[in-house]
Design a protein around this ligand. Structure first.
Ligand code: XMP
Length: 430
């Protein structure tokens, strides 16, 4: 282990992540663990320089106040308690320490070294993965999203050909996205990559299905089925790689905090296909995952990719999906992204995309009446995706995008800009 570490034990604080981030910003690695961690588990961690018992408003679970294993108080190194009235610690604070106080604890009391950086993190994770996996094989569903791409790049470095990546092209990816996954991982990083063309299979299952939730369910369950079929063809796989990151764990609920939404990266695989998980990014925040991807040499378009929903363009081709409208979504989205990049908006706007509704409107082409589709552009800014405001895109940029969509995308005669904030509109249309 190259990095010193401060361990935060979650005793019901709502600010564990704030504290972990503040310590990492001082250049010292910090991990958050549940309050009931055993002394053996703590002793199994290398380079722990100090422990913080982080109490707070969730410190009572099911009517019982939580505390740590009494042995933790006498583990031999510095222990600091924050907002934890039942603490048997000497050094106690009522609120999160200020900058000076935190520095003093981390550097003077714990004598930690500021050696947290991506290079060291990657080296540590490579070592840990090699130790966990040995000479066994790891399977990974590689969607091309930021988290699965970064975990793939890290696992390739750690175990090379023992990693088997499966990329399922469900036909709902953006333009050139599947091709880019193959180019980067197979051709450049020489990954052991299985590419599954499941386009007809997905579009067949989705035919005539207009209800958004039903579409989501079909896409999700079909994905698991395809992945499961591929896993069954392979022999001797013991591990499943996962791009789980820290916010996924928080949102799935901790021992002291309730679930925000279920984290279903793992879900769905049948009992006899249960693998041991390899999750090297699970202590990282999203921006740190991106920094890790950059350090691993992934291309910027992959690392700085805007959020993209799991069901992909399936929820942007509104109503029952048809191939012609799906192509219109894909092509118009590609034009929008190209023009946003040219205008420098790709670095400013949080999420931007196009949708195509399932009705036609009247237009006029070559002096004759026509009935064609409509493309709607949406560009929003948000911090947490719970609420959003629209981006006031420059009129000239919008006009250029509109001209290009009308000229280059088939079956379209109208382009609109969505002015709706969230709430009441959601970010996606479905
Ligand atoms: P909404 O539409 O709920 O979107 O305002 C909030 C954020 O979540 C993304 N989103 C999804 N992501 N699976 C996902 O992985 C989904 O089914 C899904 N639906 C919406 C959306 O793109 C936005 O960033």
């Amino acid at each position: 282990m190259k990095q010193d570490m401060i361990v935060i034990l979650d005793l019901g604080s709502t600010e564990n992540t704030v504290l972990a981030r503040r310590i990492r910003e001082l250049g010292v690695y910090s991990e958050i663990h549940p309050h009931d961690i055993t002394m053996d588990q703590l002793n199994g961690m290398e380079n722990v320089k100090g422990i913080i018992l982080n109490g707070g408003k969730n410190r009572v679970v099911d009517g019982v106040p939580v505390d740590v294993d009494p042995a933790v108080y006498s583990w031999g190194g510095p222990v600091l308690s924050i907002d934890h009235p039942a603490s048997k610690c000497q050094k106690r604070l009522d609120t999160l320490p200020g900058e000076t106080e935190l520095r003093q604890f981390v550097f003077e009391v714990c004598k930690a070294e500021a050696n947290w950086n991506m290079k060291n993190f990657i080296e540590d994770q490579i070592e840990a993965v090699r130790k966990q996996v040995g000479d066994k094989k790891v399977l990974l569903a590689l969607s091309g999203g930021v988290d699965s791409s970064v975990v793939a790049a890290l696992l390739i470095k750690a175990v090379g050909q023992q990693l088997v990546c499966v990329h399922v092209n469900h036909g709902l990816m953006r333009k050139n996205e599947s091709e880019s996954v193959v180019e980067v991982f197979k051709n450049q990083l020489h990954a052991n990559l299985i590419y599954v063309d499941a386009v007809d299979r997905f579009l067949g299952k989705l035919e005539g299905v207009a209800d958004p939730e039903q579409k989501r369910k079909i896409i999700g369950s079909e994905f698991i089925r395809v992945f499961e079929e591929e896993a069954r063809k392979l022999e001797g796989i013991d591990f499943l790689g996962q791009g789980t990151i820290y916010p996924d764990i928080i949102e799935s609920g901790t021992k002291t905090a309730k679930m925000v939404k279920s984290h279903h990266n793992v879900g769905g695989l049948p009992e006899d296909l249960k693998f041991e998980l390899v999750e090297p990014l699970k202590q990282l925040f999203k921006d740190e995952v991106r920094a890790c991807g950059v350090e691993l040499g992934l291309p910027p378009h992959m690392v700085y990719r805007q959020p993209f929903p799991g069901p992909g363009l399936g929820v942007r081709c509104l109503g029952a999906i048809t191939r012609d409208r799906l192509e219109a979504v894909r092509e118009s989205d590609a034009i929008l992204r190209e023009e946003f990049e040219k205008a420098g908006l790709d670095k400013k706007v949080w999420q931007y995309f196009t949708v195509v509704p399932d009705f036609k409107s009247v237009g006029v082409k070559d002096n004759a009446r026509c009935l064609d589709y409509m493309v709607i552009i949406r560009a929003i800014n948000t911090i947490d995706a719970m609420s959003a405001t629209i981006e006031r895109v420059d009129w000239d940029v919008l006009e250029r995008i509109t001209e290009r969509i009308l000229a280059e995308v088939g079956n379209v005669c109208r382009v609109c800009y969505d002015m709706s904030p969230k709430p009441p509109a959601t970010i996606e249309f479905e």
